[in-house]
Design a protein around this ligand. Structure first.
Ligand code: 13P
Length: 262
């Protein structure tokens, strides 16, 4: 495969944390700690209710981009409690996390709905971050690669080459999420290789080479460096460690130092 340099992407997934007021305080504290013209992409994904206050706190010229944690596939109508892609775009969102394992396991999300969400996001200029990853029992049964391929196929089936250019994949092994037990760099690299081979076989070597694949699951300021040393790991999707100013600032600073030499 050729030698495209993929820009590092660091995404903070706040999950169900921080009120709109707390979010504004957090952004005002962290913004000055982040590089003004970063060599990497930095995204924060607060709850829906804090998107507007985060946008306001960032201001119009911030280099930090806004993401959402979920989206519904219809654009408007009688879908009580749902939020659509045009609503997110209009609020300034650029990215949306789709198919997170918590959505899959706690809220019953399945491939077909995930696929529809990805298409809706793409239709409204949102870049989907598709989350995939095996459970501990699947890993122990040797099914990791099959699960990853199945989830990729389920979420991305029939997307055009052009659509694929907007996709980011996040490899998040379920057993590593919120457990303090991150995958080793070797485990992450192996999974990322499986993903890249699938992209190459299904679309093209160019797509495989250009698509960013993030690692997620207990990423901290202590392990981000080792993870990003690999050219297979194009960034991180961060839960717990993105909620404190100090740890998110450290992670982005490490990533920036690697991105700036890349
Ligand atoms: P933690 O970083 O808390 O393990 O969460 C990872 C995650 O699920 C990010 O989407």
């Amino acid at each position: 495969m050729g030698n495209v340099v993929r820009r590092i992407l660091i995404v903070g997934n706040w999950k169900m944390n921080k009120t709109a007021s707390e979010a504004a305080v957090f952004i005002r504290e962290i913004a000055p700690r982040l590089p003004a013209a970063p060599a990497i992409d930095i995204v924060v994904a607060p709850p829906f209710t804090a998107l507007e206050s985060v946008r306001a706190a960032l201001g119009p010229s911030s280099s930090i981009q806004l993401g959402a944690q979920n989206v519904f596939w219809e654009s408007h109508g009688a879908y009580t409690g749902e939020i659509s892609a045009p609503m997110l775009s209009d609020l300034g969102c650029r990215y949306v996390i789709i198919g997170h394992s918590e959505r899959r396991t706690l809220f019953g999300e399945q491939d077909e709905g995930i696929r529809k969400k990805i298409r809706a996001a793409l239709a409204h200029d949102l870049k989907p971050i598709l989350c995939i990853g095996e459970s501990l029992s699947q890993r122990e049964r040797g099914q990791t690669d099959d699960v990853l391929r199945q989830q990729l196929k389920g979420g991305l089936a029939d997307l055009s080459l052009q659509a694929m250019a907007a996709i980011t994949i996040a490899y998040e092994p379920v057993w590593a999420i919120g457990t303090g037990k991150a995958a080793t760099t070797e485990q992450a690299i192996a999974a990322h290789r499986t993903i890249r081979t699938f992209l190459s076989d299904t679309w093209s070597a160019e797509i495989a080479n250009a698509t960013r694949i993030l690692y997620g699951g207990s990423v901290t300021p202590q392990n981000i460096d080792a993870l990003l040393q690999s050219d297979q790991i194009d960034g991180a999707l961060i839960g717990g460690a993105c909620l404190q100013v100090e740890s998110f600032a450290r992670i982005t600073t490490f990533a920036e130092s690697i991105g700036a030499c890349g």
